[in-house]
Ligand binder design. Structure first.
Ligand SMILES: Nc1nc2c(ncn2[C@@H]2O[C@H](COP(=O)(O)OP(=O)(O)OP(=O)(O)O)[C@@H](O)[C@H]2O)c(=O)[nH]1
Ligand SMILES: [Mg+2]
Length: 277
């Protein structure tokens, strides 16, 4: 039995808790064949995972993760080779990552997880990307808020362009005091269901919507190999209160969609095996 860990990063609403809930359901239920499978509960506490799995099965969005509720899930897993491993996966509050950008400080839990993990997994919700605005667009926004031009405006980190924030976090994780050296980095573009009709590969979408971040990844790819996945851990948006059970597939695991290049499947564990490979 070996130990491994994957650092999971993402701004608020990136889809981190939903990803973990869907992953745990997939593994625990065995409804579809997966590269990493369930290998028992020995020595692990699955209370948190069971509670988020229950919400996921009821088609309810997760509560925002607060700093005081952060958990690290530990899973006993079996690889296709028969080897067993215990995998640690943290569920951080996205606010901690936003503070890395706005206050230039990371929590000790983020720093320690990032610097000891075998691989890094960044989640980006394609439905919540903030794009850079021109000065004209910014003025129009202020107009709508009733702010008179020239009046001081409070800095609001939640309005900053996602690509700049994520690029800065990437650099902060690599430099002291965190100094993380992941062997591989995976990018999961979550809520993929909202862009699936655009028929583009996850890498093409990342290059188009977050070009600054994509250029950084490409420029360092020989030192830190990266891969971009499209991930729908819910299967669809829950906003519509009328969504009844008939809108969901019979097998809950079939709600999960992973797009890797031109390949599409339900197996979230393939992101993890690529990161640990
Ligand atoms: N359409 C769609 N929405 C999703 C999907 N996964 C997550 N979401 C939505 O994204 C929002 C945030 O999901 P969470 O899993 O709570 O995000 P988080 O990264 O844990 O957020 P914090 O706890 O605030 O850091 C929720 O409104 C979810 O319903 C998906 O696969 N498809
Ligand atoms: Mg969360």
């Amino acid at each position: 039995m070996s130990d491994a860990s994957v650092f999971i990063a993402g701004l608020p609403s990136a889809g981190k808790t939903t990803f973990l809930a869907a992953l745990w359901h997939l593994i625990r239920s065995g409804e579809v064949a997966t590269e990493l499978s369930y290998a028992g509960l020995e020595g692990i506490d699955v209370g948190y995972l069971n509670s988020i799995q229950a919400r996921w099965l009821e088609h309810k969005p997760m509560d925002r993760t607060q700093g005081s509720q952060e958990q690290t899930a530990r899973l006993n897993l079996r690889a296709r080779s028969g080897d067993r491993l215990t995998l640690s996966l943290p569920d951080f509050a996205g606010e901690g990552f936003r503070r890395m950008w706005s206050a230039r400080r990371s929590t000790s839990a983020i720093a320690s997880s990032a610097s000891t993990a075998n691989g890094h997994l960044f989640l980006i919700n394609v439905d919540k990307i903030i794009y850079p605005r021109t000065v004209e667009e910014y003025r129009a926004e202020l107009d709508v808020l009733g702010i008179v031009p020239g009046e001081p405006v409070l800095f609001d980190p939640s309005k900053c362009p996602t690509a700049s924030v994520l690029a800065d976090i990437l650099v902060a994780l690599e430099h002291a005091p965190v100094a993380a050296r992941p062997r591989r980095v995976a990018y999961a573009l979550t809520a993929w269901d909202s862009v699936v009709s655009e028929n583009r590969s996850p890498e093409a979408l990342l290059a188009e919507r977050l070009p600054l971040l994509h250029q950084m990844l490409v420029s360092r790819a020989t030192e830190v190999p990266y891969r971009v996945f499209g991930v729908s851990a819910q299967g669809m948006a829950y906003e519509d209160d009328d969504l009844g059970d008939e809108n969901f597939p019979d097998l809950p695991s079939h709600r999960i969609q992973v797009v890797d290049g031109t390949d599409s499947h339900h197996d979230l564990t393939r992101l993890l095996t690529w990161l640990l490979g």
